[in-house]
Design a protein around this ligand. Sequence first.
Ligand SMILES: NC(=O)C1=CN([C@@H]2O[C@H](COP(=O)(O)OP(=O)(O)OC[C@H]3O[C@@H](n4cnc5c(N)ncnc54)[C@H](O)[C@@H]3O)[C@@H](O)[C@H]2O)C=CC1
Ligand SMILES: N[C@@H](CCC(=O)N[C@@H](CSC=O)C(=O)NCC(=O)O)C(=O)O
Length: 461
Amino acid sequence: MVHMHALAQMVHMHALGAVGMQRGAREGIYVAACAWMMGMAPGLHGDLQGRRDYMATYKVAGTTWRPTRSPRLHGDLSIPAPHWLVWLVYGSYVTLVGHPVCRMDCMASYKIACIAWRPMAITVEFTPFQQLIWDVHHIDPEGLFPCILGHEAAGIVESVGEGVTEVQPGDHVIPCYQAECRECKFCKSGKTNLCGKVRTATGAGVMMNDRKSRFSVNGKPIFHFMGTSTFSQYTVVHDVSVAKIDPQAPLDKVCLLGCGVPTGLGAVWNTAKVEPGSNVAIFGLGTVGLAVAEGAKSAGASRIIGVDIDSKKYDIAKNFGVTEFVNPKDYDKPIQQVLVDLTDGGVDYSFECIGNVSVMRAALECCHKGWGTSVIIGVAASGQEISTRPFKLVTGRVWKGTAFGGFKSRSQVPWLVDKYMKKEIKIDEYITHNLTLGDINKAFDLMHEGGCLRCVLKLHE
Ligand SMILES: NC(=O)C1=CN([C@@H]2O[C@H](COP(=O)(O)OP(=O)(O)OC[C@H]3O[C@@H](n4cnc5c(N)ncnc54)[C@H](O)[C@@H]3O)[C@@H](O)[C@H]2O)C=CC1
Ligand SMILES: N[C@@H](CCC(=O)N[C@@H](CSC=O)C(=O)NCC(=O)O)C(=O)O
């Protein structure tokens, strides 16, 4: 009973938009409202017919939506059936095209909302719908749809469930897809930042206590995503999945500390433990790769070689510490050989920040014999496998991986926020675009053109 009660601990946070609200099963928690815009006609872009009286954003400054009833006690949303199609297609698109879509979408703080299933359909060019559905399940068994996407955000606690002690309504928080319970085998090991307490539930898109979702549309459950589902104005997360942060910190900036920036910094500081004077190669100069560069520079690396197929990345990468740039397209020989030749036998540390298994091999093989360490950060499509000659490991190279840069989320995200407030780490520099939700397609275009690192989407001006 006690155990069940503990599992029921949750936090209700109003962060972004939301989707349907549902009374919590046992814990008396309620949530959410919807955030999608009512102004546009449903149809091509899949606008949803949310019930206006549940457009509850009453604690969100500047909102035009006002609840006529408490969002805590009522509600579901009414979504016309055809929009499920849009939603599923969008979900498939995210899964197939990969994390850039998710990640871009996830940039949000309170005053900001992203809606997972809105206009994305227009960018989908895949054809057979059934094939898409098959791919959703085939490519990523954890990619359950329909769901509310989003995992990189910041917000304010709206209400808490019984037994929640570490956060209170009004607290500023960053949701943590990597939880930290401090009591499971993983947390107590001192060897990892992974947490086992709610992982099986978050991987299955449900809450831990009753294995059910807190979101629904027309009575049909909508899955949670990564235990966060931050593309909504309100969300429901486990209490072990929020880090309480300095209330002075600007939420529309520190939302980036929910994933990519800590991952890059932590890969260097916690996972690789780069020493002063090291040679470092970074494959992929998106936000994660640039955060690796920033971390490597602060760790005292002497050479930081950025590798990217987009030469435009070099100019920006210099500002994060990259000292040299290599575009694999400029060479006939394998990129690992290019790097070995450039560095008198190989680099001390390499980081794969793309999610490409061929590049992961190159990143390992460009490491110096005897000691070179390669850290896999990129998330490959589910089912993909890495390979190399075992001899590469026999002769002293080390292959590692990292999730959230090895940071213990609840303990260390507040520390990262403080470092940002003291100007010891960058955040603003990763935000290349600030757009409104209505411009979300433009944001996707920018991202695909390679000109966008992180785009923060505002729901309302
Ligand atoms: N392990 C973890 O905890 C986390 C992993 N990730 C993963 O890290 C990866 C990077 O994320 P972002 O920086 O946000 O992505 P991004 O899409 O912004 O950046 C990727 C970069 O790789 C470059 N690139 C693509 N193919 C390449 C190739 N063959 N050779 C060289 N460069 C190539 C692109 O031009 C781009 O600059 C993703 O796979 C993401 O899922 C992100 C956050 C946390
Ligand atoms: N479900 C995928 C693997 C997804 C994955 O590796 N996720 C990363 C976070 S990516 C952030 O943008 C991660 O840290 N995972 C650790 C975890 O505990 O989930 C698959 O099945 O391949």
